[in-house]
Design a protein around this ligand. Sequence first.
Ligand SMILES: [Zn+2]
Length: 287
Amino acid sequence: MAQPKGLWQRLVKRLPGRLRRWLAHPTLSAPPEIPGKLWHKTLAGLPCLHDLDQGERQRLRQLSARFLAEKEFHGAQGLLISDAIALSIAAQACLPLLHLGEKALDWYGDFVGVVVHPDEVLASREAVDAAGVLHRWQEPLIGETMAGGPVMLAWSRVLGGRQAATQGHNLVIHEFAHKFDLRGKPAGAPANGCPLLPAGFMGLSRAAAQRRWQQAWNAAYERFGEQLELSERFGEPAPWLDAYAAEAPAEFFACSCEAYWVARQRHAREFPELAPLLDAFFRRPPR
Ligand SMILES: [Zn+2]
């Protein structure tokens, strides 16, 4: 269900045409700024943003402003989308875009809608097995990303995850990481943990870059699955990353991205073979 637009969207609607055109073509002039009080409150409430330097914060503020102007938020089940909710989601969604240049928001160019539920939802699923039998079941969802479609988030879990950065959790980054994975894939192709790598990635040819990516991620995924199994079956220490990462390579990639953005040092210690690949993918400067 659509909800009344927030302050920022109302503000953008009132802008003169030239400024509104800027939001689509940022070379024309400077964008309107997010109100300072709202921005600082958002930063303060998101521990994953506390390590950003001044330049990164300013860049994130600009990206968030453009994200809010380009996307449409919808509150489901009676949830009213406040400015604080919209900005919190925008800032977290834009964190991985921080070093990707002027066209960073193109990574999110295949959709407009962000659907926010107050809590997890039960989604109806059905599938036909090898014997031709139709199975129907309900699956609890806290977030979902569809190729070419909206991103769905459960607000209670977005809120809950804000303090869970040390465990490497961030639901917003997880769902938007699926958008990175899906970008450039043929219609109908699922996310698989192998995003389209930019030309010249790590100084390698396209084929060599894809090979390097797949070898490192396959090995890390396999190792993680083994560690998880040892912990579940034999009581060995549980691996640090969210166990949900073992569901599929696409989930391993999304869980790794959220961990990389909210707990970079720990992620690099746990997955030293993945850290340089994510540094190169997100063009993140070394600390
Ligand atoms: Zn996922």
